[in-house]
Design a protein around this ligand. Structure first.
Ligand code: PMP
Length: 427
């Protein structure tokens, strides 16, 4: 180990010179290859740009958001306020989560999906995102392959590449309801394949796999000894006849290599509290906890206590949100499909629609030729002041993702603006 004296003049000069643009004019900032190759989260970037325009006074309507537009339920907030006053929560706590919260997560997992697990299998993380990152970091070696159904949530491939592994996208489109089949997965499998990512209900498409489809995929994974990350963060956002099913429940053979990821961001309107978790075989949970103990230590105790209140309370708030989302889902699909060039299948879950705009590519709108969904999304923001996320962000150009987690009036006004602009498209 090398010890550096912070006062040492050489070290000090080198460090401060980094921030002095006149001292080293041609020296590029050093960023590791691993991090330099990461793409910025396109969904967060669209959100940030739209919010900046909005705060500068533009009447932007934001369909880019990945968070419920509801406040966190009051009893959860109250639990957090009380926890703030308790000096017990002013201290470090176990890196893998408060014991009482791990118990509550195990109980909630059984309550909501029928998956019976032990608290020792649970790790509490800074959002589902950290659970996913750490699961890949703990499971993957360089050049391992991970099958990722596309369109995908952009964090999956980036977290895989941070583990120096390779993501292998398997494409599904609107003709199959954005769901992949076992046959497609099997075609993508090689001797290097170690994992599959499975998300249902899915972001960005809202696709919900049937019980039989999940069972077939789970059994296929088990047969080939593959690990599966089951992202269940949208478990409560299912509509109409659709049902949520947990992969390790309908395909028990997959359990010994299954990582269930979940969190309070969506179901309890708590994205900013940053609490998620993973449920995995104890050996993997232990490895992920060791990693977390060096990366971040425990998740904020106050947020963990708030999560405890959310998970041990009732599901009334989520039912209210689900009703609102269901109504908006039907409204947005109806309105979008009336626009020439837009084809929007009705999703069964989450709070997104994923609309094909392939028929609009090659047209000219307000004097601008539109060849990609990326260009179309930029035009919609500039000319209609409507923020959407282009399919490029999810590995499938030619589509737009719109979140319907926004007020009905804004939703109607926003889609009308899109309709008016796209009506001017000409070949
Ligand atoms: N998985 C999916 C599919 C998501 O859409 C999100 C949030 N956008 C997450 C996981 C992570 O959520 P969080 O880190 O806020 O818990």
């Amino acid at each position: 180990m090398r010890t550096i004296n912070p006062a040492s003049s050489t070290q000090d000069t080198a460090t401060t010179a980094h921030y002095d643009e006149h001292a080293l004019p041609d020296e590029p900032l050093r960023i590791s290859d691993r991090v330099a190759s990461l793409a910025e989260s396109a969904t967060l970037a669209v959100d940030a740009k739209a919010k900046a325009l909005k705060s500068a006074g533009h009447p932007v309507i934001i369909f880019g958001s990945g968070e419920p537009d509801f406040p966190t339920p009051p009893h959860v907030v109250e639990a957090a306020v009380d926890a703030c006053r308790d000096p017990r929560h002013h201290r470090y706590s176990p890196s893998g989560g408060l014991p009482e919260l791990k118990e509550a997560i195990a109980a909630k997992t059984y309550r909501d999906s029928g998956y019976r697990v032990d608290a020792a299998q649970v790790i509490v993380t800074n959002g589902g995102k950290q659970a996913i990152y750490q699961a890949f970091a703990a499971l993957l070696n360089p050049l391992d392959e991970v099958i990722v159904p596309a369109p995908y949530w952009p964090t999956y491939p980036e977290a895989i590449s941070l583990a120096e592994a390779v993501s292998v996208p398997v494409l599904a489109d609107e003709t199959t309801g954005y769901r992949v089949t076992v046959e497609q997965l099997e075609r993508a499998r090689t001797e290097k394949t170690t994992m599959l990512v499975f998300c249902s209900p899915a972001n960005p498409t809202g696709a919900v796999y049937s019980r039989d489809e999940i069972q077939a995929i789970g059994e296929w994974a088990a047969e080939h000894g593959l690990w599966v990350i089951c992202d269940e963060i949208y478990e409560h956002m299912v509509y109409g006849e659709a049902e949520f099913h947990s992969l390790p429940v309908v395909a028990p053979a997959a359990r010994e290599r299954c990582v269930v990821v979940n969190g309070v961001a969506k179901s309890y309107a708590m994205p900013g509290w940053r609490v998620g978790w993973a449920v995995a075989p104890v050996g993997l949970t232990t490895a992920m906890t060791t990693l977390q103990s060096h990366a971040t230590s425990n998740v904020c105790n106050i947020a963990q206590i708030a999560t405890l209140a959310a998970l041990t309370g009732n599901l009334h708030a989520v039912a209210t949100m689900r009703d609102a989302f269901d109504r908006r889902r039907q409204l947005i699909v109806r309105m979008l499909n009336k626009i020439d060039g837009v084809d929007c299948p009705e999703p069964d879950g989450a709070f997104y629609v994923y609309a094909s705009v392939k028929d609009l590519l090659g047209t000219t709108i307000r004097g601008q030729r539109i060849d990609t969904s990326l260009e179309l999304a930029a035009l919609l923001l500039d000319e209609a002041e409507v923020a959407v996320v282009p399919g490029e962000a999810f590995g499938t150009p030619g589509y737009l993702r719109l979140s319907y987690a926004l007020h009905d009036d804004d939703l109607i006004e926003g889609i009308e603006r899109i309709g008016r602009l796209l009506a001017t498209a000409a070949r």
